[in-house]
Design a protein around this ligand. Structure first.
Ligand SMILES: NC(=O)c1ccc[n+]([C@@H]2O[C@H](COP(=O)([O-])OP(=O)(O)OC[C@H]3O[C@@H](n4cnc5c(N)ncnc54)[C@H](OP(=O)(O)O)[C@@H]3O)[C@@H](O)[C@H]2O)c1
Length: 347
C-alpha cells in the first residue's frame, strides 16, 4: 500500500468529533477537510481538529479533489442523498449507522457505490473489532454447542427534546433506527455464523413498541425467528435505561458480552463471559486493544479502499448485510406502525 486516505468529514456534530479524534491515531489516513451546512460550523470544527480546508456546504467538500474518502455523519434521513452524491464525486464512503431510513435507500447507496467504483461501508465499527472476531470463533468452535437463542438490547433514557434528532420524526427519530440497528446487526451476524453463513435474515419478525408524542418509537422489542429455528429477542429505547449487552444461549452453555456494540471505545480491555457447560463457573475471556474502536474500523476500511476493494471483508459490514439489516429494521418498524416519509418515497 503506497498511499493513505485523505478524509473529509461531512457534518460536524457529536459523532464527527469522535471520528476526528480517532482518525488522528490512524496509520492509514488523515483528516484534511470538513463540510458543514454553515461556514461558521465548518470553521469551528476546523479549529478544533487542526484543519484548514473547511467548507460551508457539503457539496463544496465533495468538490475538493484532495479528498479521497468521506465520513457521513448527518442525521440518518440525509445519509442517502450525500452518499449518492459522494459516490458520484468518486469518493470512498464510510457512512454512519443506520446507513439509511429504509432498505430501498440502502440499495440505492449500494447501487451508487457499484456504479462509481468506490468503497462503501456502513459504520458498524464493532464488526471490525477483535472482540467480535473472538466471539465468532467461539460460536464456530461450538463453545456453547448449538446456538438456540439470542437476547440483546441497546437503549438509554435521553432528555426529551421534540426537535432533537432522537425524537423528531423528520430527523429519523426513535430507538429502532438509532440504536436498535446494533442488536439487529449483531443478532443477524451470530445467527449467520451459527448457520455456517455470512449473511442471513429472519423468516419471522414480530414486534411491539410504544410510539411517543412525536410519533417515533421510545421503547420497543422484537422477537425474530431464523430458518434454523434460532430465536432472537431484541429491545431498544430512547426513554429507558438498558444494559446494552448481548447474550447468546446455546445447547450446552451461554455467552454474555457486556459491551458488544462499542467494545474498548478508546482502547483497553473487553470481556466475553462464557459458561461452557451446565452450571460450571463463568469464565472470562479478555480481548485487549491499543487502538480505539473507531480507529480500528477506519484502518480496516482504508486498507480495503486503498487496495481497490469495493467492500470490506466479512465480518465487516458488507453490502448484502447492510441491505438485509435495513430490510429487517423496516419489518420491525412496520410491526409497530412506525412509518417515515422515506417509506412513501418513490424516487
Ligand atoms: N457509530 C456511532 O457510535 C454513532 C454514535 C452516535 C451517532 N451515530 C450516527 O451518526 C449520525 C449523526 O449523529 P450525531 O449524534 O453526531 O448527531 P448530531 O450531533 O445531531 O450531529 C448531526 C450533524 O448533522 C448535520 N445536519 C444536517 N442536517 C441537519 C438537520 N436538519 N438537523 C440537525 N443536524 C443536521 C449537522 O452538522 P453541520 O451543522 O455541520 O451541517 C449536525 O451537527 C446519526 O446517523 C447517528 O445514528 C453513530
Amino acid at each position: 500500500m503506497n498511499k493513505t486516505l485523505n478524509w473529509g468529514i461531512l457534518a460536524t456534530g457529536n459523532i464527527a468529533n469522535t471520528f476526528a479524534r480517532a482518525l488522528k491515531l490512524s496509520t492509514t489516513g488523515k483528516l484534511v477537510a470538513a463540510g458543514s451546512r454553515t461556514q461558521e460550523g465548518a470553521d469551528r470544527f476546523g479549529q478544533t481538529h487542526g484543519i484548514t480546508r473547511c467548507y460551508g456546504s457539503y457539496q463544496a467538500l465533495l468538490d475538493d479533489p484532495e479528498v479521497d474518502a468521506i465520513y457521513i455523519s448527518t442525521p440518518h434521513p440525509m445519509h442517502v442523498e450525500w452518499a449518492v452524491k459522494a459516490a458520484q464525486a468518486k469518493k470512498h464512503i464510510l457512512c454512519e449507522k443506520p446507513i439509511s431510513m429504509t432498505a430501498r435507500e440502502a440499495q440505492a447507496m449500494v447501487d451508487a457505490a457499484k456504479a462509481n467504483d468506490i468503497c462503501l461501508m456502513e459504520a458498524f465499527m464493532y464488526r471490525c473489532h477483535p472482540q467480535t472476531a473472538k466471539l465468532i470463533e467461539l460460536i464456530q468452535n461450538k463453545a456453547i454447542g448449538e446456538v438456540r437463542m439470542i437476547q440483546a438490547n441497546y437503549g438509554f433514557n435521553s432528555r426529551f427534546d421534540p426537535a432533537g434528532r432522537l425524537f423528531c420524526k423528520e430527523l429519523g427519530g426513535g430507538g429502532i433506527l438509532d440504536v436498535g440497528c446494533y442488536p439487529m446487526s449483531y443478532s443477524r451476524l451470530i445467527a449467520a455464523v451459527a448457520m455456517g453463513k455470512e449473511c442471513v435474515e429472519p423468516v419471522d419478525v414480530q414486534a411491539v413498541g410504544h410510539l411517543g408524542s412525536t410519533g417515533v418509537d421510545e421503547w420497543s422489542s422484537t422477537v425474530m425467528r431464523f430458518e434454523n429455528g434460532l430465536v432472537a429477542n431484541l429491545s431498544t429505547a430512547t426513554q429507558a435505561f438498558m444494559d446494552n449487552g448481548l447474550k447468546i444461549f446455546g445447547s450446552t452453555g451461554r455467552i454474555h458480552v457486556p459491551h458488544a456494540f462499542h467494545p474498548n471505545y478508546w482502547g483497553g480491555e473487553g470481556k466475553i463471559m462464557v459458561q461452557y457447560t451446565g452450571w460450571t463457573p463463568m469464565q472470562e475471556i479478555t480481548v485487549k486493544t491499543e487502538l480505539p474502536l473507531f480507529t480500528i474500523a477506519i484502518d480496516t476500511f482504508a486498507r480495503h479502499a486503498l487496495s481497490g476493494d469495493k467492500q470490506v471483508a466479512w465480518p465487516g459490514m458488507r453490502w448484502d448485510d447492510t441491505v438485509a439489516n435495513a430490510r429487517t429494521l423496516d419489518r420491525w418498524r412496520e410491526c409497530i406502525g412506525l412509518e417515515f416519509d422515506a417509506d412513501r418515497a418513490t424516487a
